[in-house]
Ligand binder design. Structure first.
Ligand code: PLP
Length: 423
């Protein structure tokens, strides 16, 4: 199947007489004829559904669809993007461990890394996006478990230097984890560029219609945990599964098996089946929406560049953008998705006036759905961050984040230009 076909049909193939559309299995549990059968499921000796926290057919359909799109060996659907990242990190890190992350990342993830995980004894060592490989290597020790980046940073708009991170990760026999939310697998497939684990907020373009908060972890199946001293949990016998060794017994899908069997089992942040159904429906048009979002955003970015009230525009789709070469290297067909960030002249005050002048664009804590929207991070999503942290996260206080929807391009551009004219 080509990518477009995977979007439409991937993850569900009905047998004779079964429903054409993947059904919503709204059931907490699954019935078995014998206790032995269910016992085997609990021991991970057999694959099958027994309790929705650990797996559900509707979630399974979505997991398979996204795994197919990314080119992975398995996936785990979670209740939100934050849950996906949390479980993905906890699958590799314990108290006393550390990991490396680019500092230009989503504000919620920055807080998770900088505050909550730190309080649990897991230290995130942030690096600047322009840090050299040698500088990153200096931060690595025996307890370093992974490198983390976003394919397109939200809201900074920069594109990850996959070659740099994957080279360092490989040299130290360490996992590269990529948040692929903003580019989506339709535009970029990080497993091709050295990623080993991908996380998603399916809340964004995968759902695409702002109906369902959700997340997904995808296992690339391209990392050998067994025999690697960095990952003791994949090499020790697990008492809760009668001595199973995840790295060995989990085969290529060891990472995702452990994320489900330990992380999801004990923390319980599974997606609701109804949300999985809506997200499946959303992905059915991902291949139609992403080109449109990208075209509209490019037109918007070009119009912004010409405007007198605009200090700078960040959109990798612009030919003179510093990330444009990287876009051509890692992303398909020059598509750069729908998120456009710009610096408004006059800072916070102008940002507020601008937002009030918009008609088509609504002020929402969201991006990446079919309706155009706007957000001023410094006064909303990133308001917990100090000015220094804001700068490190690539979110100066005059940054306005626009998300170009799939409406008519002229309507989108006119709404923004009118609002800027009226400041
Ligand atoms: C929104 C977002 C998240 C968090 O997802 P939620 O579903 O809101 O928890 C993580 N990473 C990126 C890049 C995001 O845009």
């Amino acid at each position: 199947m080509k990518l477009d076909t995977k979007c439409v049909q991937g993850g569900y193939n009905p047998k004779n007489g079964e429903p054409r559309v993947a059904p919503i299995v709204q059931s907490t549990t699954f019935a078995y004829d014998t206790p032995e059968e269910m016992g085997d499921l609990f021991d991970l000796k057999k694959a099958g559904y027994f309790y929705t926290r650990l797996g559900n057919p509707t979630l399974g359909n979505l997991e398979e669809k996204v795994s197919l799109l990314e080119g992975g060996v398995g996936a785990l659907a979670t209740s939100s993007g934050m849950a996906a990242t949390t479980l993905a990190i906890l699958n590799l890190c314990d108290s006393g461990d550390n990991f490396i992350s680019v500092s230009e990342i989503y504000g919620g993830t920055y807080n998770l890394f900088n505050v909550t995980l730190r309080r649990l004894g897991i230290e995130c060592r942030f690096v600047d996006k322009n840090a050299k490989a040698e500088d990153i290597e200096k931060l690595i020790d025996d307890k370093t478990r992974l490198i983390f980046c976003e394919s397109i940073a939200n809201p900074a708009g920069t594109i990850a230097d996959f070659d740099k991170y994957s080279k360092v990760a490989k040299k130290y026999n360490m996992v590269l984890m990529v948040d692929n939310t903003i580019s989506t697998p339709y535009i970029c497939r990080p497993f091709n560029f050295g990623a080993n684990v991908i996380v998603h907020a399916s809340t964004k373009y995968l759902d695409g219609h702002a109906t369902s908060v959700g997340g997904i972890i995808v296992d690339g199946g391209n990392f050998e945990y067994f025999g690697n001293k960095r990952y003791p949990h994949f090499n020790e016998k697990d008492a809760s599964y009668h001595g199973l060794v995840f790295g060995k017994d989990g085969g290529k899908g060891a990472y995702i098996l452990r994320a489900r069997g330990i992380g999801m089992r004990d923390i319980g942040a599974q997606m609701a089946p109804f949300n999985a159904f809506l997200t499946m429906l959303g992905i059915e048009t991902l291949h139609l929406r992403m080109p449109r979002h990208s075209d509209n955003a490019l037109k918007l970015a070009k119009a912004l560049k010409e405007h007198k009230n605009v200090e700078w525009v960040k959109y990798a789709g612009l030919e003179d953008d510093e990330d444009h070469q990287r876009l051509n290297k890692y992303f398909d067909k020059g598509y750069a998705a729908g998120m456009v960030s710009f610096g408004i002249k006059g800072g916070r005050e102008s940002a507020i006036k601008f937002q009030k002048n918009l008609k088509l664009f609504k002020i929402v804590t969201h991006i990446a759905d079919s309706r155009s929207c706007v957000l001023h991070p410094a006064s909303t999503t990133h308001r917990q961050l100090s000015d220094a942290d804001l700068k490190a996260a690539g979110v100066p206080s005059n940054l306005v984040r626009l998300s170009a929807g799939t409406e008519d391009a002229e309507d989108i551009v006119n709404d923004v230009i009118n609002a800027l004219n009226k400041i």
